[in-house]
Design a protein around this ligand. Structure first.
Ligand code: PLP
Length: 402
């Protein structure tokens, strides 16, 4: 029998990555599948990033880098932190990693002992519970009042006990698109400081927020940043998921420990990818402005389509490229519903149960506009008995018989 560790045997595989793979496979097989489960912007990376990567390749020198990242990359993160947060930091407060996911892992494994608790609100990124478990910790989920996605600050505070080591917040949020309020973030910062627990801000979608002003940052409320860990990366805002570059900004003493972990696992992030990331961060930032405009537009298109579905409730996302409509009117669990929509309507969605919100589906609007319209139209056909009973999917006419 295959021997595997207790920790590995308790881990779930990422449901979003599995569904993404399934959608791509069905498409490749010629099925008229619409993928509304995606987690990355469509389209090419910024030109400046591509140029920097090509130059690096042409140099012929792609080598190991210092464990915590190249000097140029750490300087780029210092620039990014000043530009995005108005916050001056030094390079010794930066750890560059193989994606934001690795930055989060390096942090958790550096601070958790078996049984330590990590508090975060639902809806949450599907990976959080298993990443916490992988590091020996226990996830503690705080639910928001029904109908909303921001928990009461009293409930967050009550969930923090003597066993809590970390509070995590992802704003704008995957999967709901929620931007947590200034009051919520401000109070959370002070609760964490007063109770001596780390506050990890997963800001990977921070530059993809649709408000007139950028969302408030935890830096702005923090006394001395000593317990604050801010996670970022190039995957979402530059559409460079395949390069696998993310980073943590934290107090230099903690960064040193995290670097030790990284040194004994992956040695360093990819030299080539760091060069590309420097190109993206130091280059023309119009890419992000344009992506933002396009996502906001697609969000509005999706919202207009979803409004037509009788019974569906939607909170309008304030950032990211996800929405999390409430499908409880169907009476189906989210796994069952997601399977039903794939089978009947050939639309891929992500079950909310993996993010702690049963009865909801995550619907992405990062793909082509036509897919968003067509996907929403098919969902309406499959679920709304008041919609026309006939539809054409691919080349075939279908009649709703349920
Ligand atoms: C909330 C959240 N944090 C972190 C990540 C990881 O990003 P990266 O590609 O940089 O590892 C993702 C990716 O989907 C995410 O949604």
């Amino acid at each position: 029998m295959l021997h595997i560790s207790e920790i590995a045997s308790k881990l779930a595989s990422s449901p979003t990555l599995a569904l993404d793979a399934q959608a791509k496979q069905l498409k490749a097989a010629g099925e008229p599948v619409i993928h509304l489960g995606g987690g990355e912007p469509a389209g090419a990376m910024p030109d400046d990033a591509a140029k920097a990567a090509l130059e690096k390749i042409k140099s012929g020198l792609v080598k190991y880098t210092p464990v915590s990242g190249t000097w140029a990359m750490k300087k780029a993160v210092v620039t990014h932190t000043a530009r995005v947060y108005g916050k001056e930091i030094t390079a010794d407060g930066v750890l560059v990693c193989g994606g934001a996911k690795q930055a989060i892992y390096n942090f958790l494994v550096s601070v958790l002992n078996p049984g330590d608790e990590v508090v975060f609100p639902a809806p949450y990124w599907v990976s959080y519970p298993d990443m916490v478990k992988l590091c020996g910790g226990t996830p503690v989920v705080v639910k928001a009042p029904d109908g909303g996605f921001e928990p009461k600050i009293e409930d967050m505070s009550a969930a923090i006990t003597g066993k809590t080591r970390v509070v995590m917040l992802n704003s704008p949020n995957n999967p709901s698109g929620t931007v947590y309020s200034n009051d919520f973030i401000g109070e959370l910062v002070s609760i964490c400081e007063n109770r001596g627990v780390y506050l990890m801000m997963d800001d990977i979608y921070r530059e993809l927020a649709f408000g007139d002003s950028s969302p408030v940052s935890a830096f702005a409320y923090s006394r001395d940043n000593s317990n604050l860990v801010v996670i970022n990366g190039i995957s979402k805002s530059y559409g460079m998921t395949g390069f696998r570059i993310g980073w943590a900004v934290a107090n230099p003493a903690l960064i040193k420990v995290m670097a030790k972990v990284q040194g004994q696992t992956t040695s360093c992030p990819s030299d080539l990818s760091q060069a590309a990331a420097v190109g993206a961060i130091e280059g023309n930032q119009e890419f992000i402005t344009n992506l933002n405009h396009s996502l906001k537009h697609k969000r509005d298109v999706l919202m207009a389509e979803l409004k037509l579905i009788n019974g569906l409730k939607v909170n309008v996302p304030q950032g990211t490229f996800y929405s999390l409509p409430d499908f409880r009117f169907t009476g189906k669990g989210s796994e069952e519903l997601s399977k039903f929509l794939l089978e009947k309507a050939k639309v891929v969605t992500i079950p909310g149960v993996h993010s702690g919100v049963e009865g909801h589906l995550r619907i992405s609007y990062c793909g082509p506009e036509n897919d968003i319209i067509e996907g929403a139209r098919r969902i309406r056909w499959a679920l709304d008995p008041q919609s026309p009973a006939e539809i054409v999917i691919g080349a075939e006419k279908h009649t709703r018989t349920w």
